[in-house]
Design a protein around this ligand. Sequence first.
Ligand code: 5AD
Ligand code: SF4
Length: 479
Amino acid sequence: MAKTIFKSFPEAELERRRNVSFSFSYDEIKVPETLKEYAKGKKYFIHTYGCQANYRDEEIMAGLLEKAGFCRGNSENNSDVVILNTCAVRENAEQKVFGKIGDLKAFKAENKNRVVAVCGCMVQQKHVIEHINKTYLHVDLIFGTHNIVELLDLLNEVILKKLRVVDVKSLPGDIHENLPSVRQSNFKAFVNISYGCDKFCTYCIVPYTRGKERSRKMKDILDECRELKELGYKEVTLLGQNVNAYGKDLKDGSSFALLLDEVAKLGIPRVRFLTSHPWDFSSEMIDVIAKHDNIMKYIHLPVQSGNDEILKLMGRRYTSEKYLNLVKEIKEKIPNVALSTDIIVGFPNETYEQFLDTLKIVKEVKYWSAFTFIYSPRKNTPAAKIVDNVTPKEKNQRFQELVNTLAEVIEPINKTLVGKTFPVLVESISEKNKEMLSGYTEHNKLVHFKGDPKLIGQIINIRITESHLYFLNGEIVSE
Ligand code: 5AD
Ligand code: SF4
């Protein structure tokens, strides 16, 4: 077995640190000559789990690998380098990845010159690396969220020196601009505006795995958006763990309201943003969203719980009243807005009565959609240290009750859409029925309709003919 080189190892204590300085780097990435030679005729494949930040990281990794001369494989089986880009936000996400790492044992056994790499949030946890090192000896390279930019040098070491390499840093380095990237869509793009999170909600692993909140410079973001506009992109989603906090660290007057206003002025047909924390959602932001037709009137506003004691224990920094006041202001200023949310049930020691407050807020806000989760303890987070008296059975029952309540709220909303016409960005051939196309409305409702695949990438008018809980059916409105 190859010798393992431990270059760096993550420590939760260090990951928690926030007094970290960083700068901006515009240096070009150099490809090691030996890797260029190796990459000739070789293919890579990346499996991405989790959120849009990981999706965007995949595009950067693809850009780096293609710069070195690798081509994208269409499956892992015909590829030489396979990367698992992982998520740590809940236990079940991690279990899926461990299953996949196990499956790759046969892939590696078929040809020992293949490379298996694991990166992303999961490996920012020391115990995960220790587990991989003990159990999955066919993994050749482990690198973290802070050194994606070093991918080519790390691969070079693994491939040419025949070493196993572990390099997972605890602290973020510089923000790298102008990295090569291969976008997965030519009409819909994600643009990072900030990295990391400083909120430290007590259940959440993200502030540890993604590090301190760091904003990109407004000029760099606008240059990227302008280029996407010129390339004909129809939709841009501004990405951050907490977009509202954008710019605070730059101390140059930048703010999310200002950025959003400038991005909207570029004239991209659809502008979206993800994710907003209710705590620093400003009135200026609401005004900017209301002002521009091309900012989609869809706001994802995670509530997590409707109970004030639980919100306090979660470290969310707002009460249900404050949240509802924000919702009121948003609905008053943006009458046609659609709100969606994230909800966690079964936080440690949540009582049934406390849970009922969550159902209450769901009915009051009338969400258009929601992502629902059963609380999953994450090692080293404060909530994971609380002794929990809620049984898994109770948590499952609450989860089901929440799903039922959401259905009661969402179905009537979907029914009101029938007979109306909406612009839809056509995204793909429908997964279930190859004769149908699928796309999304401004309010992020999935619509299926018959049409020519040549329409993919265009915004067209669709009349809604039928509503279901998770999707709508429609027909093209001829001009
Ligand atoms: N358990 C369950 N859900 C979680 N989320 C984050 N951490 C956890 C956890 N430990 C959910 C939150 C967040 C979404 C991205 O994932 O609802 O908004
Ligand atoms: Fe996690 Fe809270 Fe930050 Fe969202 S705001 S990434 S839930 S710590």
